[in-house]
Design a protein around this ligand. Structure first.
Ligand code: GLA
Length: 699
């Protein structure tokens, strides 16, 4: 049985195929975490026991590894939940009331000892992946509102004394760069306070005690939330480690009115003893089978062309049609027009909010362009940035009160724009209306949904004073509401989440969008590091990657077209260069790469990823495996000291099967065992050398 309950001990076990998670009610009435690790055969030996206080300064509540610590009593650790009752009591005393087990879900019902507030801890076991979805439901059964001052999704407790945490860090054009560090006594916080997930860190935790790609214990949990998040690592005074993950409690409060329930975002967590690679593959299977939007989940991602880097704001019907013809000639399947098609949007200074087609640029609307694109056998996609407005726009002139702001403050502009107040239902209705018209009136198959600045002056003047600190989360909920409404009404449309590049890469978006725009940084060398960091927690299928022009607009670096293609072929291939400037030879080369990508894309998009070596260490080797098919990508930075030969030991093959590796056009036939032990040797001379090797099992 995957979920086991022991009545006498009030003990719960969630057992996946390889791992087990155990907790129980202890004699003090606390839900105590007991175990997370390899599947056991000794469940009967577990019991919660009693945690004794060490001293008057070390109370048992501080020592007990609770599944969801409330703030109350003798607790000084980071809480999961902090409440204030209407009469001024700021103390939550949770008492176990019972539980429900239904299939793969177990819910632990807790309630305050006095006030009619319940807290339900929810666990859903995904047995074959050894992953558990956790969330909490807080219900106010009383008449008076209760203020939630913090409400995390889950808490995790670890006995190991020496744990390392990994995450990404960075900024615009520098997202997803991986780092790993040893946790030291005290707290470490990774968070966003920007209203969006942001470019700085990602809402997840990865902990290990000396793991590498293929070996060692790794614990992980990824939060399905787009917005202010907080991951707190607490290496306690007792040398244990706690993690509390969820909505950021900074500038947060939520008035839980009578009979209302607050459901936290989910955390998908798991553990493995097979290193970071196994973690990534488990999450990738989870994403591909049950997280990504169902209606497009199974479909391969089309090869896309996006005209942004080619034209910036200088879009015209004629110019786009010319690019479309060239893109179609390369084998592109989806043509996306980016910023600049609407309102008086000639630069980033004006027009945002005015979602009507600019008739100077498109005299008969988008019809001529879309018909042209469709006539070339391509789908048509379009860029929008709904949550924002330029002060120089008709929308702002008409509704200056539709933005976030405080009384007596001048709202800060960033990229010449202001954030619309999505807590105002009128604004949400307007945005839905705009999109419903756009998608009903035009044959649009793809929407790139952008957001280009964080929220500031977070005041929603339509909301009561008591609700002001809820705006961060309300914005997220309204954003979800708009995208979910559109998805329901236009199921054929695929959506891409973009936030100045990779500022909205999270599982909240992964549930509602088909793709991420990974970064505005399209330099292939930088991109290898960005894509590597991304690959730890997110699937290749959702990763849009473009081939653009050189010298690159960011770092002026020139990299061979071949390398740029190979890099972008590791996700969902796109092209973003100015095709008007590509030579005949470049167009021919590009056409061949697009054709090759179509042959291998199911392996990249649906397969399992194996990171073999990292560009951070000199050269990158990444392999994708789907059944008997595999694709290996190898990249160097620059030749040094005459090193041109690289031996790559493959991963993920069946040792007993025979495979053919096509190396520089020559077939090499060996067993999977040979390829994974002796490896293949590749010749990669010169600077920015790259290679794509297909490995196919013999039938
Ligand atoms: C953001 C996006 C880009 C592009 C521009 C358009 O920067 O990340 O890809 O869409 O906006 O203004």
């Amino acid at each position: 049985m995957p979920i086991t309950y022991h009545e006498q001990k009030k003990l719960f076990s969630l057992a996946g195929e390889n791992t087990e998670y155990i907790f129980a009610l202890d004699y003090a009435g606390l839900i105590k975490h007991l175990y997370w690790g390899d599947k056991t055969s000794c469940l009967d030996d577990f019991d919660a026991g009693f945690t004794f206080e060490i001293s008057s300064n070390d109370p048992s509540t501080e020592l007990t590894p609770e599944e969801y610590s409330p703030w109350g009593g003798l607790r000084y650790k980071e809480p999961c939940i902090k409440t204030a009752f209407a009469d001024g009591t700021r103390d939550l005393a949770l008492v176990y009331k019972g539980h429900e087990i239904s299939g793969a879900v177990v819910k632990i019902n807790l309630a305050d000892a006095h006030y009619p507030l319940s807290v339900t801890l929810c666990y859903r076991l995904i047995e074959d992946l050894d992953i558990i979805e956790r969330w909490a439901e807080i219900a106010n059964g009383g008449q008076e509102p209760v203020t939630l001052q913090s409400v995390a999704s889950a808490e995790f407790n670890f006995k190991e004394e020496d744990l390392w945490q990994s995450n990404v860090f960075g900024h615009w054009i520098s997202e997803q760069k991986m780092f790993r560090e040893r946790l030291t006594p005290g707290k470490k916080v990774l968070e966003s306070r920007r209203g969006g997930t942001g470019h700085n860190h990602s809402p997840y935790f990865i902990l290990d005690n000396g793991a590498d790609e293929d070996h060692g214990r790794v614990y992980f949990g990824v939060l399905a939330h787009t917005g202010n998040f907080k991951v707190t690592f607490e290496k306690t005074q007792y040398r244990t480690t706690r993690v509390v993950i969820g909505i950021n409690d900074f500038d947060f409060s939520w008035q839980l009115k009578k009979k209302e329930t607050f459901r936290t975002p989910s955390v998908f967590c798991g553990c493995t003893d097979k290193g970071f690679g196994d973690m990534s593959r488990r999450l990738s299977i989870l994403a591909l089978t049950s997280i990504m939007p169902e209606n497009h989940r199974g479909a391969v991602r089309p090869v896309l062309y996006n005209s942004w880097e080619a034209t910036l704001f200088n879009v015209t019907c004629q110019g786009q049609m010319e690019l479309a013809e060239k893109a179609a000639g390369l084998g592109v399947e989806l043509f996306v027009i980016d910023d600049g098609w609407f309102g008086q949007r000639h630069s980033d200074k004006a027009g945002l909010g005015d979602w009507y087609v600019n008739r100077e640029k498109f005299p008969d609307g988008l019809k001529t362009l879309i018909e042209k694109v469709n006539g070339l056998a391509m789908d048509f996609g379009i860029w929008v940035e709904l949550e924002m407005v330029n002060p120089d726009s008709d929308l702002y002139r008409k509704h200056p009160d539709w933005i976030y702001n405080f009384n007596n403050r001048t709202p800060s502009t960033s990229r010449n724009q202001l954030a619309l107040n999505l807590c105002n239902p009128e604004v949400v209705a307007y945005l839905k209306g705009v999109m419903v018209s756009l998608l009903s009136d035009n044959n649009i198959a793809y929407v790139k949904w952008d957001v280009n600045r964080p929220i500031s002056e977070p005041g929603a003047l339509n909301l009561p004073i008591d609700d002001q600190e809820s705006i961060w989360y309300r914005h997220t909920l309204a954003f979800y509401d708009i995208i979910e409404t559109l998805r329901a009404q236009f199921p054929h449309v695929a959506f891409e989440a973009c936030a100045s590049g990779g500022g909205r890469i999270d599982y909240g978006c992964l549930m509602r969008f088909d793709q991420f725009w990974t970064s505005d940084n399209t330099d292939a060398l930088d991109r290898l590091a960005i894509q590597e960091g991304y690959s730890y927690m997110f699937p290749a299928k959702a990763m849009r990657a473009w081939v653009t022009d050189c010298p690159n607009f960011i770092d002026k670096r020139s990299i061979p077209l071949r390398y740029r293609f190979h890099c972008a072929m590791m996700g969902s291939l796109g092209i973003g260069g100015n095709l008007n400037k590509w030579t005949g030879a470049e167009m021919e080369e590009a056409k061949a790469f697009v054709a090759q990508y179509k042959e291998i894309r199911n392996v990249v998009q649906e397969g399992l990823i194996y990171r073999i070596s990292s560009i951070r260490e000199g050269h990158a080797a990444v392999q994708y495996v789907l059944g008997g098919e595999s694709v290996l990508f190898v990249f160097t930075r620059g030749e040094q000291f005459g090193r041109e030969l690289f031996t790559i030991t493959l991963k993920g093959l069946d040792p007993a099967r025979r495979y053919t590796a096509l190396i520089d056009g020559f077939p090499v036939e060996k067993s999977g065992d040979y390829f994974m032990k002796a490896g293949i040797t590749l010749h990669l001379p010169g600077d920015y050398a790259s290679k794509l090797v297909r490995i196919t099992a013999k039938t």
